[in-house]
Design a protein around this ligand. Sequence first.
Ligand code: URA
Length: 202
Amino acid sequence: MTALEELNRQVAQCQECDLAKTRNHVVPGEGAEDASIMLIGEAPGFYEDQQGRPFVGAAGRFLDELLKSIGFDRSMVYICNIIKCRPPENRDPMPAEIETCRKWLDRQIEIISPKVIVTLGRHSLARFLKGSSISKVHGKPYTIDGGVCFPLYHPAAALHQQSLRKTIETDFLKLPEVLSQAGSAASGQAEPEPEPRQLSMF
Ligand code: URA
């Protein structure tokens, strides 16, 4: 069993918050264990909870299109969420739920060790660039803990607002360059960054 499979086994048994009582399936995440890009959304929704897979509804289909626009597919990245169980009625995740689930995400990041973490939406953004506003930081890469965080709007938000759709499509097209810069930064970087710093490429 790989480290990620073992982690998924543990996550599937988690009973540490009340979401365990209402979920149908835990949604740990999916993709390549050695992915250089990790995309992190908010929380599973109705279809994800039914299937135990991340981003399988309308937002997921849009995410697939975005990946295709840069020549990627799901098997080449890792996709997960800040919390691993669906909040009832798709409400926002609560701070205590995010905190309880934090250890699972931390371990996923440790195992996969991505070069670029793409945050999808404000809850995911808050985990990496605390206090920043998505309208200011989207589409700009930041160095963080020796890696790169690339914040994007949530694909579901883009489905409801045409102007955001264009924005996320344009931002997404920058991802290959962010990845290539992150690769060269990682090989030349001796010390982790003490504070997030915006990379100057865009
Ligand atoms: N929205 C998310 O944030 N995650 C999913 O898995 C699906 C929709």
